[in-house]
Write a protein that binds this ligand. Structure first.
Ligand SMILES: [Zn+2]
Ligand SMILES: [Zn+2]
Length: 421
């Protein structure tokens, strides 16, 4: 039976086969390691193919069309990105174009590249590289966030103009569901499928003195690692050639640096307007909180609440939770490790949702674009806000929750091996 290393506490366990409805959780920290899945490789291939077709439809048809005094505007996601670019808000255009369009497309193509041969019982060409790339881009693919952003912007517009929903919106709804399902196919899961099909080797690690067991962060293979001297090059995974780190290097310093930069940028993100509205009644700038208050007074309290949670509660919670985790890890505190691991998982999951308002701004600038009558454009706050989201996500990725567990030494599995720090 192959071994599996927990990503959050590093304990190494045997991978048992599961029955229907079961899931395997880490004995030590409670992280879900893998779930039973009825879906075969052929089913996954069908879902990925459907995802690709729906992706094309969602981007080819407008999300909505609006009417102001007989004049009409409709916009797809790509129109919104192009208009933001033309208005010289390059960083906002790049962030939304990457997270809303380029990465979801690459994710689907990478999955198809791997799944088509796997479903036919063959090993895909360049599987190791493609799977590694898939691991990098997965957290940044934000179709569900864009979908919610589209709904919020339509509610905002519906107060003052006539809004017609386009085919693009339901297509994005379906795409969000399909991509959420496909999110289960992590690189590790793809390698497990290949192992089950007998296409990938699973060498047993040697239990030598002075060696530690480490799971490859890319393919999940557990292998033995000789203790490393600082002047040596980091070793590579024997199966997928990813760089193997027993623990993420300089994790706390990196997390601190990214977290502090995000905290500083959080001030302009909230003080500066995220969008600018020019209309016949005059020009005005709108901040994130101002937008929430406006929605609330306009009677859309439910949407106001969603925007408030995504744009204010989520970034604050993320920064505070990370701060707490980093401080406790630095002190070598070993209390409440399981709840700290849950807290870290929460930070990872909520990460991308704060991008909501940035998507709202670009869609509004594409739809409410009637020069001389009403014109919405992105503003500096949106760029700052997007950067805060990116930086807090990078900060969470740099943090290594396993280090806190290293201090605990409660592990029965690894006690016979020497722990390196
Ligand atoms: Zn664990
Ligand atoms: Zn590997």
């Amino acid at each position: 039976m192959p071994l599996i290393a927990c990503e959050h506490c590093a304990s190494v366990q045997r991978r048992l086969s599961l029955r229907r409805g079961e899931l395997a959780a880490c004995e030590r920290c409670g992280t879900v390691l893998w779930r039973y899945s009825r879906l075969t490789l052929n089913d996954w291939l069908a879902i990925a193919l459907a995802g690709f077709v729906v992706f094309c439809i969602a981007n080819a048809f407008p999300v909505a069309r609006i009417e102001v005094y007989g004049a009409q505007r409709s916009a797809t996601l790509l129109d919104a990105i192009a208009i933001t670019w033309q208005q010289h808000h390059w960083s906002v255009a790049i962030m939304t174009g990457t997270a809303g369009f380029a990465l979801p497309l690459l994710q689907l193509l990478a999955l198809l590249w791997v799944l088509v041969p796997l479903a036919r019982g063959r090993l895909p060409a360049h599987k190791a590289q493609i799977c590694r790339r898939l691991g990098w881009l997965r957290p940044w693919s934000m179709v569900p966030v864009f979908l919610l952003g589209a709904i919020v912007s339509l509610v905002k517009l519906a107060g003052s103009v006539q809004v017609h929903v386009g085919l693009g919106l339901p297509a994005f709804g379906l795409l969000a569901v399909l991509l959420t399902m496909l999110g289960r196919l992590s690189p590790r899961a793809l390698w497990r499928h290949a192992e089950t099909a007998g296409l990938a080797q699973v060498p047993e690690p040697r239990y030598l003195p002075g060696h530690v067991l480490a799971g490859c962060h890319a393919c999940g293979l557990v292998q033995d690692l000789a203790e490393q001297r600082p002047d040596e090059h980091a070793p590579h995974c024997v199966r997928c050639h990813a760089v193997l780190h027993h623990r993420k290097p300089q994790s706390l310093a990196r997390t601190w640096a990214l977290m502090l930069t995000a905290a500083i940028l959080y001030i302009p993100a909230n003080v500066l307007p995220v969008m600018h509205i020019a209309s016949v009644t005059g020009d005005s700038g709108h901040t994130i909180l101002g937008g929430v208050v406006e929605l609330w007074h306009g009677g859309a309290w439910d949407i106001a609440l969603i925007v408030f949670v995504a744009s204010v509660v989520v970034p604050m919670t993320k920064l505070l939770a990370l701060l707490l985790l980093v401080l406790r890890a630095q002190r070598g505190d070993v209390g409440g490790l399981r709840s700290r691991t849950r807290m870290y998982e929460m930070v990872e999951i909520i990460g991308q949702w704060s991008m909501l308002d940035v998507f709202v701004v670009i869609l509004l600038s594409a739809l409410a674009n009637f020069p001389g009558l009403m014109r919405i454009s992105a503003d500096l706050g949106a760029a700052a806000f997007g950067l805060v989201v990116v930086l807090t996500m990078l900060a969470a990725m740099s943090f290594d929750p396993r280090r806190a567990w290293d201090a605990a030494h409660t592990n029965g599995v690894l006690t016979h091996m020497k722990e390196s720090h």
